[in-house]
Design a protein around this ligand. Structure first.
Ligand code: BT5
Length: 266
């Protein structure tokens, strides 16, 4: 089990700490959790801490985000009742393998959700966890690169835990809606971090990371449409690559799409 400490640099009035056991080492790094009741975006805060040399496994968590962010400037609804947090990591990986992080943390989140709540979810390209095609969680990875080096990555995770249908956008779901009961956010955070730590150690085994993701993919071998800007790719989803791209088998042959939004082709 992961155990937590608070950063001594965090302004005390912003901390909302729970007493806990002594911090544990993560490959030489101590897991630090910095808690807010309310913040703009935990990813934005974690990025500014990373710029100030915050150590790996520094976590920023907030009960509410007033400007929660998704990809490409999209909004992430983050009222009280969800688990909204960001983790700073500094993996030594080639920059073309950064997208592996997205697969790895989606895998860890899926496993954590299964362990804590007994909820079976599936991964959806590029960064979602879904239950019956409804979005349960999203992962937003933001990085700083210097030349060929990854300086840091901030892994933002949004998991709809105790949210009601009224609090969620159309097409979303929550653990509460699936299980019809409310759960502790604290336990979920602890377990997801513990599972993430376990998965993090497998980062170098890219075929295992991608293989695990693909095995639990909601659209594996299914007909899909991927929209990227103004272009649409239609065909059967036949794989994903360690560089984060998806492979679509079209009438003209296999097409590799680096990013976009995917839906089932009904
Ligand atoms: C994501 O973006 O799915 C990544 C979401 C990451 C959120 C976390 S919370 C902690 C950390 N701090 C941040 O500021 N962000 C991260 P994307 O694939 O672009 O999906 C965004 C879309 O999901 C929106 O355009 C909505 O349609 C939908 N959406 C918004 N809020 C949602 C919610 N709570 N649950 C499910 N879907 C949501």
């Amino acid at each position: 089990m992961a155990t937590f400490s608070a950063s001594p640099k965090t302004p005390l009035h912003k901390l909302h700490l729970k007493p806990g056991p002594q911090p544990r080492s993560h490959g030489g790094c101590v897991l630090k959790i910095i808690r807010y009741n309310r913040i703009g975006s935990t990813n934005t805060k974690a990025k500014s801490l990373a710029e100030k040399q915050a150590a790996e496994w520094t976590v920023v968590v907030s009960e509410v985000q007033t400007h929660g962010r998704g990809r490409s400037g999209r909004t992430w609804k983050s009222p009280k009742g969800g688990l909204w947090f960001s983790l700073i990591i500094r993996p030594k990986i080639p920059i073309d393998r950064i997208p592996l992080l997205q697969f790895l943390f989606a895998n860890a989140l899926r496993k954590g959700i299964e362990e804590v709540y007994g909820v079976q979810s599936e991964v959806k390209w590029p960064n979602d966890l879904v239950v019956c095609w409804k979005k349960l969680a999203g992962v937003l990875i933001e990085t700083k690169i210097s030349g060929p080096q990854l300086v840091y990555a901030v892994v933002g995770i949004g998991l709809n835990v105790n949210l009601t249908a009224e609090q969620l956008p159309t097409g979303a779901t929550s653990i509460f809606l699936v299980k019809e009961k409310r759960f502790s956010l604290e336990k979920a955070l602890s377990s997801i971090l513990t599972v993430s730590e376990r998965h993090y150690e497998t980062l170098r085994d890219e075929s295992a990371v991608v293989g695990d993701w693909w095995k639990h993919c909601a659209h594996r071998m299914k007909p899909v449409i991927v929209e990227t800007g103004n272009s649409k790719t239609r065909g059967r989803c036949v794989g994903v690559n360690p560089d984060g791209s998806i492979i679509i088998q079209t009438e003209q042959g296999n097409v590799t799409v680096p990013d976009g939004t995917l839906r089932l082709d009904a």
